[in-house]
Ligand binder design. Structure first.
Ligand code: ADP
Length: 498
């Protein structure tokens, strides 16, 4: 913990260099025990911008030991005091929004204006929100017997391991660590290999306010760094966001230790547009829902859009026009709406899916102009694609692409649309667009998803419970419920007064 706020550094390249080769353990920026690092690449230019510390079991050991020690003292503090410090983190982060936004853009290729600034703002808001919820860590009085006073209280779990992905690392980190800390836990975060620096910068800022060791951050690969964090005997809870495949591995490892997990996994979110829908609103909702500004790299991406036959062609042409009008280019440029794909592996995967969609007989409507050859360079730009002519059984409609590719599927019958929307292994989010109140209400009851919205497509909010059903995950994030249910144990105390 330092008494001095950090200087804001708006040059993301300089900041990436400054943060290179470091974890944050026990309040200090330290290299990996092995001294090993790996390259971090700016996907908009294909250039190496720094090296991240390559975390392994020895680093996990040091971080967990520091966390376990700090947690004991932290848990003794009154909840409101903890809350005030976490809320102060929100304020401190506010002063760094621009800096953090530029850094996350550098490492992920997300557009600064439309994506990164928004994310950095919500990051700060999440700390402020959870800081204020500290007094809600209440227990209950149970009417067991007049002579046996029976109460429950919420106790922290201890050390929480938080594993995050690269698409919205700051927001997803905040929704894990802010409630965990307010509830009295200590945290060890493992960042995604593609995006370690902005997360590390945030941890450095938190470290100016929170006690050393309470909050530790490791960078590294899944098997070498994430896996030992999950299996560490002193980690009492794991909260994970990532792919279904890795989620299963994490769940199995946690099962061996019999510890609780929260898993936020993939999605293939349906959007149903009825014939009577307000078309302008539905088209705008599809652009937001599909996260075109983030190149579709979102678990809630509206990647299956079921549109009533009567408006199908009009919907597709308006959606295409809207995405065409978006500017794809240098993610740090203020004019840019859409940046790049995060990594070469993801880039190839998205292109393979587009090819697959063509093979399966779909028509690919490519939108938005590619940057000029000069601006393009080695940047991982992909034109957003709207597919028509594919069915809900095609691979593109069944598998999570995590890229700017959506399928617009025609339907005639409402029942059929609901059945197709539910015919997926996922269940994260869903929307319906209609002015028919009965149908809207009916759909909210029948769509199999953790979040169902009518005539809107809002992104994740700190006070709205978020999490999926089916293979989309286990448990909820955000909201008071997440803090109480997922970051505390409930202890029952019985006092016999007879
Ligand atoms: P993606 O395909 O989006 O990169 P992953 O599920 O592979 O999704 O990664 C999400 C996070 O999980 C990353 O921080 C990654 O390093 C981590 N991870 C990957 N494999 C493992 C593992 N075996 N154990 C724990 N964490 C892992």
């Amino acid at each position: 913990m330092t008494d001095h706020p950090l200087t804001v550094t708006l040059d993301p390249y300089a900041l990436a260099r400054e943060l290179s080769g470091k974890h944050l353990i026990n309040g200090a920026l330290v290299p990996a025990a092995s001294g090993k690092t790996f390259d971090v690449v700016n996907p908009a230019k294909g250039e190496v911008v720094g090296q991240a510390a390559f975390g392994e079991a020895a680093d996990v050991e040091a971080a967990v030991a520091a966390a376990a020690k700090a947690q004991k003292e932290w848990a003794k503090r009154p909840a409101r005091e903890r809350g005030k410090l976490v809320a102060a983190c929100g304020q401190a982060l506010l002063a760094h929004v621009e800096e953090i936004a530029r850094l996350i853009t550098l490492e992920t290729g997300k557009a600064l204006r439309t994506e990164s600034r928004v994310e950095a703002g919500v990051l700060s808001d999440s700390f402020t929100f959870y800081g204020g919820l500290a007094p809600e860590l209440k227990g209950e009085t149970v009417p067991f017997s007049p002579t046996v006073m029976t109460i429950t209280q919420r106790e922290p779990i201890g050390v929480v391991g938080a594993i995050i992905p690269w698409n919205v690392p700051l927001l997803l980190m905040a929704l894990k660590i802010a409630p965990a800390l307010v509830a009295g836990n200590a945290v060890v975060v493992k960042s995604a290999e593609e995006a370690p620096f902005a997360v590390l910068r945030v941890c450095q800022i938190l470290n100016t306010i929170l006690p050393p060791g309470l909050f530790n951050m490791l960078s590294g690969m899944g098997p070498e760094c994430g896996a030992p964090l999950v299996t560490h005997p002193k980690v009492g809870k794991v909260t994970f966001t990532g792919s279904v495949e890795t989620g299963r591995i994490v769940y199995k490892a946690a099962a061996e230790k019999l510890i609780p997990v929260t898993l936020e996994l993939g999605g293939k979110s349906p959007m149903i547009v009825m014939g009577d829908a307000d078309l302008d609103k539905a088209v705008a909702g599809a652009v937001v829902g599909m996260r075109f500004t983030r190149q579709g790299q979102s678990c809630t991406a509206a990647s299956r859009i079921f549109v009533h036959s009567s408006i199908h062609d009009e919907f597709v042409s308006r959606l295409k026009a809207k995405v065409d009008a978006m500017v794809m280019g240098d993610p740090l440029d203020e004019k840019t709406d859409i940046g790049t794909i995060v990594s070469p592996g993801q880039f190839e995967k998205v292109k393979a899916y587009i090819e697959q969609g063509r093979k399966e007989g779909g028509t690919a409507h490519a939108c938005s102009a590619m940057p000029t050859a000069e601006a393009l360079g080695r940047g991982l730009y992909v034109q957003p694609v709207i597919f028509t002519g594919l069915t809900n059984h095609s691979r593109l409609a069944r598998e999570e692409i995590f890229g700017p590719v959506t399928c617009v599927i025609r339907f005639d019958d409402y029942e059929d649309a609901i059945n197709q929307a539910n015919d997926t292994e996922y269940g994260l989010a869903a929307t319906i667009w209609t002015n028919d109140l009965k149908k809207a209400m009916d759909a909210t009851q029948r769509l199999e998803a953790g979040l169902v919205q009518v005539n809107q497509n809002l992104v994740v909010q700190p006070n709205i419970s978020y999490g999926g059903v089916k293979t989309s995950g286990l448990g909820k994030e955000a909201s008071l419920e997440a803090m109480l249910e997922h970051f505390t144990h409930k202890k029952t105390i019985m006092i016999n007064m007879a």
